[in-house]
Design a protein around this ligand. Structure first.
Ligand SMILES: Cc1cc2nc3c(=O)[nH]c(=O)nc-3n(C[C@H](O)[C@H](O)[C@H](O)COP(=O)(O)O)c2cc1C
Length: 348
């Protein structure tokens, strides 16, 4: 359906990387629901990857069922980026994605992430070096530009296509915007129009099937990368696939299905990384499960402090009892807002 060079994707909808969230356990849980094209790991630093630092190896953890998968790298040194891409090709991933969108200070201070959009010459040369060093597809994820005065995405999209990049994801905001304001669909369209053949995946604020259809109509993008929408609704990819195949809306997941998903996600975290790590990671996501499941303040507090598998199982049982007692239609509405880094973008 979408071709990234030699890599054929079954769905035009990809899981966008969300550092700290889109780990192996989450990716496998979402894949099991169907409809997902490509998934991407958290961003990892090219140098740390070459040093095979323990933390980086954990971030790129994958398995044969976790395919197709891209590992996202960042860095400014062409030699390191080249070696990291070759290392990943040998490791067996489906594609390498270069991060040019991250707005966080730690990354842009060294010239990486979205700061790469300020340096046309060196950035294109770096990307060319990476593309020429591996046989697997190389993709780029970027923003519209640094700020409204430098909307460089169309320039880079064209230049990247010419040096052999297989596909580009564009988050329709500038770095200066952070996660605020609205996604600029005209900005994504300008990048779509700048390339001849490679797929552009639009990205940003797509939460519903209608949002996805609007994004495709307004921008002409070949596919869509979905981040936060998939955290709140892991069935999103299956719903989009169903809509494309039948023209009909698939009913939303039931609360019991959501509870089962949470249970599977937690147990996969335990299986991959052990009880301690699973509990620490789960604390971070407990909040957004509770926004949808609404189990009440006391259970929410316990989930956010989870420290053992036994406690998790007790909580699942309690929520299950709640579900038995409450009718689906009586359930309070889910809170679908999602927290993003806050405060002025300079301080992230
Ligand atoms: C908590 C968080 C972590 C993110 N981590 C990454 C990352 O590692 N690499 C990347 O390219 N983008 C990252 N992003 C940006 C998302 O991939 C995506 O571009 C952005 O959230 C807009 O899409 P959405 O509205 O579908 O979430 C992150 C965003 C959030 C909120």
């Amino acid at each position: 359906m979408i071709e990234l060079g030699s890599l054929k994707l079954n769905s035009r909808y990809s899981l966008a990387p969300l550092a700290g969230y889109t780990n192996l356990a989450f990716r496998l849980s979402v894949r099991a629901l169907g409809g997902l094209g490509l998934a991407t790991t958290d961003l990892v630093n090219a140098r740390a990857l070459l040093q095979t630092s323990r933390k980086t190896m954990e971030l790129i953890q994958t398995c044969p069922e976790d395919r197709p998968v891209a590992v996202q790298i960042y860095g400014t040194h062409p030699g390191e980026m080249r070696d990291a891409a070759q290392w990943l090709e040998n490791y067996g991933v489906s594609a390498v994605d270069i991060n040019m969108g991250c707005p966080v200070n730690k990354v842009v201070r060294g010239g990486g992430g979205s700061a790469m959009m300020c340096d046309t010459v060196n950035t294109v040369a770096l990307v060319r070096t990476v593309v020429e060093s591996v046989r697997i597809p190389v993709t780029v994820k970027m923003r519209l530009g640094w700020d409204d005065d430098t909307l460089s995405a169309p320039y880079f999209a064209r230049a990247f296509e010419q040096v052999g990049v297989a596909g580009i994801t564009i988050h329709g905001r500038t770095r200066a915007q952070g996660f605020g304001g609205r996604v600029n669909l005209d900005g994504i369209r300008a990048a779509v129009e700048a390339v001849d053949r490679i797929p552009i995946l639009g990205n940003g604020d797509v939460r519903t099937v209608a949002d996805a259809e609007h994004m495709r109509r307004a921008t002409g993008c070949a596919g869509i990368a979905i981040g936060r929408g998939a955290l709140l609704n892991p069935w999103f990819f299956a719903q989009l696939a169903h809509r494309e195949a039948t023209g009909e809306e698939r009913p939303p997941a039931t609360y019991r299905e959501r509870l089962e998903f949470m249970d599977r996600h937690f147990h996969l975290l335990v299986a991959h990384r052990g009880e301690h790590f699973a509990c620490l990671t789960f604390r971070k996501v407990a909040n957004w499960y509770c926004r949808v499941l609404r189990p009440g303040h006391a259970i929410q507090q316990r989930l956010m402090m989870i420290d053992s598998v036994a406690e998790f199982e007790r909580i699942v049982e309690e929520i299950s009892d709640l579900l038995n007692r409450r009718m689906e239609c009586d359930w309070p509405d889910a809170d679908l807002s999602i927290r993003v880094p806050s405060g002025p973008v300079e301080r992230w």
